[in-house]
Design a protein around this ligand. Structure first.
Ligand code: PEP
Length: 254
């Protein structure tokens, strides 16, 4: 069940190059996580390194998630990874709809919705990524795009299943570019997402759901981001690959 805690998550993408590199990084992050860390923490790791990363974080309390799970359980889908496969390792979360999946691998809103429904239907958690492109941002369409992606991505999800959904607002132009969205602007979009969730589900869901910000978050920007009332954590790419940087992000100060 949700509480008021926040969730700082790292998305390693296809960056760690070996079991040992992933394990060293996972162990370093886990060793800096403690009862006094002001956030829950998760690492989203490449599929070949899920088992070794789980072993590396051990019983630290750091969670490990998958970067993508196809919506089918089994069959002739060469190269895909199912929710069942990662669940059998002890992985309970997956990213869905990261902009790199949407742009590079054709995960459109319908595919995103199938993945979300599959995950929550199996009792897994879905971290649904939404966000506008640079062109959409320049046209002032951030809130409109996020509304559409929430409506389509979460279609058919029940209010009960929303307990297993986290949203990450990631303006595409801010991902991996060093351009962080101005915190006040991000706050506005987060508040708008919350009101969309209130109309789709209930005010209770809107109040409880965690909405992370993602896009070039660093130790220098995390505190101001976390100070925003509707920002409940960060989804961190580049800075999650450097243990000391991610440690500072986990230990944000407000
Ligand atoms: C991401 O991949 O979700 C992300 C936000 O990356 P970065 O922090 O590197 O911009």
């Amino acid at each position: 069940p949700w509480d008021d805690d926040v969730w700082e998550a790292g998305n390693w993408k296809m960056n760690p190059q070996s079991v040992s590199e992933a394990s060293t990084l996972g162990a370093a992050i886990a060793s800096s996580f403690s009862a006094s860390t002001p956030a829950e923490v998760a690492i989203f790791a490449p599929a070949p390194f899920l088992a070794s990363t789980l072993a590396a974080v051990g019983s630290s309390g750091v969670q490990v998630g998958a970067e993508c799970c196809y919506h089918k359980a089994k069959g002739a889908f060469t190269g895909q990874v199912s929710a069942e496969m990662v669940q059998s390792l002890g992985v309970h979360w997956a990213l869905v709809g990261h902009s790199e999946r949407r742009v590079l691998f054709g995960d459109d809103d319908a595919a995103v919705n199938e993945q979300v429904l599959n995950l929550v239907g199996k009792g897994m958690g879905a971290l649904l990524c939404i966000g506008e492109s640079q062109a959409q941002y320049e046209k002032g369409e951030a809130e409109k795009v996020c509304t559409q992606q929430l409506n389509k991505g979460l279609a058919g999800v029940t209010e009960e299943q929303m307990k297993n959904v986290v949203i990450a607002y990631e303006p595409v132009w801010a991902i991996g570019t060093g351009l962080t969205c101005d915190p006040a602007t991000a706050q506005k979009v987060h508040a708008s997402c919350r009101s969309v969730l209130a109309s789709m589900f209930s005010q209770g869901v809107a109040d409880d759901v965690r909405i992370q910000y993602g896009g070039s978050v660093t130790p220098d920007t995390i505190d101001e981001i976390m100070a925003q009332p509707d920002i409940d954590g960060a989804l961190v790419g580049g800075a999650s690959l450097v243990a000391e940087k991610f440690e500072r992000i986990m230990n944000f100060k407000v």
